[in-house]
Write a protein that binds this ligand. Structure first.
Ligand SMILES: CC(=O)SCCNC(=O)CCNC(=O)[C@H](O)C(C)(C)COP(=O)(O)OP(=O)(O)OC[C@H]1O[C@@H](n2cnc3c(N)ncnc32)[C@H](O)[C@@H]1OP(=O)(O)O
Ligand SMILES: O=CC(=O)O
Ligand SMILES: [Mg+2]
Length: 723
């Protein structure tokens, strides 16, 4: 049911009651002060939003025509760049400037550490993600293949974990003499930490200042807090604990400060297709902000209730209380400019831009308790905006934020902006994009998944792309990563904002993650995305290994003054196409199709039929991959490209889909509520959604998956309303 609130628009009744009953009472706004101004703001900005979308479409058409007219010819970089400049795809160069965002929390401005992302729809995960500020090193090493071989089990494994952890302590918190492995007990002596060995000898830390706090008795502390590269580490001491019993010094656990920030995601990882879904998502955000969200669930035969962790309190080494945040600083990712929502219908029945509604509602909710410091200690609201194309779209987001602040009565500049550098037009014009947000920007972040999807869609007509895994090996990719860091540093991000790297998409492959993600801080990034709290703990180790402040200082001293050097620009515009002499074997083509199709079906079936926006789906080599809308965009665009250029045929893809549907059904056999696709392939909504994503992929706006996913999920919901 929709309620006519004003002459012009209709508000979904569930949304209306949620805002009036559950949100507004916690703010200083009345219903009258909220609804009419909200509708006015939507009415004012909706045409601007639409004109930006039209501009995307115009540019894409011009690019398509340019490639079609040069079919079969090698891409002439000079001509190509001139053309992109002429149509406004490449924007004029911006003079050097420095960002001036104020009131940014240290977790973003000055500290370096992991950034966890979590789908907002899943309360259990969302609570876990907020609590992932701290995580157990012992659990992370015991439960994964990060450092300890999978062949070690039981007590042996536990001993290996303790040994590896002590080595890690020796590396980053060395003793003046000896090893943590040989310590029999730790005591606090005046302001110092002392470690005693079996023979009665003692030593201190090589850098005594690393000891910052403790709890319990000085002679027999329960917790010892150390600090390195601004990150805290807590040694938890308990002679009766499971691990404490096995350890000479009775260290029962080592807790690492891990996810400094968590992005609560309303975008790539969720399936929210109507007002009902959106209200549920906003409710979880509200619970996180108010601090009263809970989740009850069964695990290992027990009923557990999860809630937010409190802050931590210790005694400072130098006296007084030593307080530390117990939870990650929460940011919220809104949807982009593309989609529209039935939360608010226009007079003609058209849905309203979802990005505008998201900005208003997520900020309204985040404004609750804003000055209490329960989330931001700087009274800031951090909104991550995805999928923006070029600086005009960034400027539009800033205008939206300014208007939202006025609507909510918040000081100008409260809403901070995280710019996802995940569309090609943003990468190519990153400096101009940052300039458009220079008083609000708090991060730029390479989102390599969407960015790869956009790489394919933008140049759909330029030729056939190399196989999916080879795309990242081509020069454009490293140039994109390097340019992002260089531009950020040039614009004064060091010490003020985040330069972030993308998601680790193999949630179970932690040994590989340890090897590869160590490169992120080394490349000058002060944060990078991880898919789970465990991955956050492990990735935190990389920020002890590398001093990002030092790396950024070194990089800055080598950087050319220009925002993006000509070679980087040139490399970024090299489209990763198959060369005229490159041939792919039938096997390579068939494996590529099967792999893409399996990923698409495995993800889409859970999205469309179960409303799950992020899943772990095994690839054809049985490696579980994090699949979300952005990985789907890559797979579907890649197949669309190969079909378009005749690398494979429709019949081949359909045959692979039929075969993989059976595989995916088997993989999901134990999933509650799952209905096998193979029961009726031709009528199955997920199967048809997957077909549409592939066969109509070339015509989707910028290759996005949302329009088709939403359509099929809405159909599925209408057929089984109880889902
Ligand atoms: C392109 C992009 O936009 S990337 C950003 C969007 N992607 C994401 O946000 C990915 C978030 N991650 C996830 O959703 C999950 O980790 C998946 C789906 C990838 C993998 O899930 P699984 O490995 O199947 O996790 P599983 O269900 O076994 O859960 C394991 C434990 O990890 C926790 N966990 C997993 N991921 C997260 C997370 N992102 N945040 C918090 N907790 C998490 C679960 O809560 C669970 O712990 P619990 O039992 O104590 O509650
Ligand atoms: O949003 C992240 C991405 O990689 O896409
Ligand atoms: Mg993305």
């Amino acid at each position: 049911m929709n309620l006519a609130i004003a002459k012009q628009t209709q508000i979904d009744s569930g949304f209306y009651h949620f805002i009036n009953d559950e949100v507004l009472p916690h703010t200083h706004l009345t219903a009258e002060q909220f609804w009419q101004p909200m509708q006015n703001l939507i009415a004012e900005l909706m045409p601007v939003n639409q004109s930006l979308l039209n501009q995307r479409q115009r540019l894409q058409q011009q690019i398509d025509h340019w490639h079609i007219a040069r079919k079969g010819q090698a891409l002439d970089q000079q001509q190509y760049q001139a053309f992109l400049r002429e149509i406004g795809y490449l924007e004029p160069e911006v003079k050097d400037f420095i960002i001036s965002t104020e009131g940014v929390d240290p977790e973003i401005a000055t500290m370096a550490g992991p950034q966890l992302v979590v789908p907002v729809q899943n309360a259990r995960f969302a609570l876990n993600a907020a609590n992932a500020r701290w995580g157990s090193l012992y659990d992370a090493l015991y439960g994964t293949n990060a450092l300890i071989s999978e062949s070690e089990e039981g007590v042996n494994r536990a001993k290996q974990v303790i040994k590896a952890s002590k080595q890690w302590l020796d590396e980053h918190f060395p003793l003046a003499n000896g090893s943590h492995a040989d310590v029999a007990s730790y005591v606090v002596y005046y302001q110092h930490l002392l470690a005693f060995f079996d023979d009665g000898s003692e030593t201190g830390l090589a850098k005594p200042g690393q000891f910052v706090a403790f709890s319990g008795h000085k002679d027999c502390p329960e917790a010892i807090v150390l600090k390195h590269h601004q990150l805290h580490v807590e040694l938890c001491i308990d002679r009766q604990g499971d691990a404490g019993k096995l350890d000479h010094a009775a260290i029962d656990d080592i807790q690492l400060e891990a996810a400094l920030t968590t992005i609560v995601d309303f975008e790539d990882s969720v399936a929210t297709v109507d007002a009902e879904d959106k209200v549920m998502a906003y409710k979880n955000w509200l619970g996180l902000i108010k601090g009263d969200l809970t989740a009850e669930f069964e695990k290992d035969g027990q009923t557990l209730v999860r809630q937010l962790n409190p802050d931590k309190s210790f005694r400072g080494a130098k006296g007084g209380e030593y307080a530390l945040p117990g939870r990650a600083l929460l940011m919220v990712r809104n949807v982009g400019h593309l989609m529209a929502s039935d939360l608010v219908l226009q007079a003609d029945g058209q849905p309203s831009p979802e990005g505008i509604i998201d900005a208003i509602v997520t900020a309204l909710i985040a404004s609750i308790n804003l000055d209490s410091g329960s989330n931001s200690r700087c009274s800031s609201i951090y909104i991550v905006k995805p999928k923006m194309h070029g600086s005009q779209e960034v400027a539009f987001t800033c205008l939206l934020f300014e208007k939202v602040e006025q609507l909510l009565g918040l000081p100008n500049g409260t809403l901070k902006l995280g710019i996802m550098d995940e569309e090609r037009r943003t990468s190519m014009n990153l400096k101009a994009c940052i300039n458009a947000a220079k008083t609000r920007v708090v991060f730029i972040n390479t989102g390599f998944l969407d960015r790869t999807g956009d790489e394919i869609h933008t140049s759909m007509h330029a030729g056939a792309f190399v196989p999916k895994n080879a795309i990242k090996q081509k020069p454009w990719f490293q140039a994109y990563e390097d340019s992002n860091v260089a531009v950020g540093l040039n614009c004064g991000f060091a010490g003020h904002a985040q330069i972030g790297k993308g998601m680790w998409p193999m949630p179970d492959e932690m040994a590989q993650m340890m090897a590869q993600k160590s490169g992120h801080p080394k490349a000058g990034a002060n944060t990078a995305w991880v898919p789970s709290p465990t991955a956050a703990v492990l990735h935190a180790m990389h920020y002890h290994q590398t001093d990002v402040t030092q790396v950024q200082t070194q990089l800055l001293s080598h950087l050319a003054q220009s925002s993006m050097s000509a070679p980087l620009r040139q490399q970024m515009l090299q489209v990763p196409l198959l060369g005229t002499h490159d041939t792919l074997s039938e096997q390579v083509i068939s494996d590529e199709i099967s792999n893409n199709v399996q990923g698409i079906l495995g993800y889409v079936v859970r999205w469309v039929c179960l409303g799950i926006g992020c899943s772990k789906v095994p690839d054809i080599h049985h490696v579980g991959l994090m699949e979300d809308r952005a990985t789907l965009r890559i797979s579907s665009q890649h197949l669309a490209n190969w079909l378009h250029h005749g690398i494979c045929s429709e019949a081949q893809v359909l045959a692979a889909m039929t075969q993989m549907a059976a595989v995916v059904d088997k993989q999901n056999a134990a999933t509650p509520g799952y209905q096998a696709m193979t029961n009726n392939l031709s009528e199955n909504l997920a199967f048809n959604a997957a077909k549409a994503l592939i066969f109509e992929g070339g015509n989707q706006p910028n290759g996005y998956t949302e329009p088709l996913l939403h359509h099929y999920r809405q159909l599925a919901k209408s057929q089984t309303p109880e889902q």
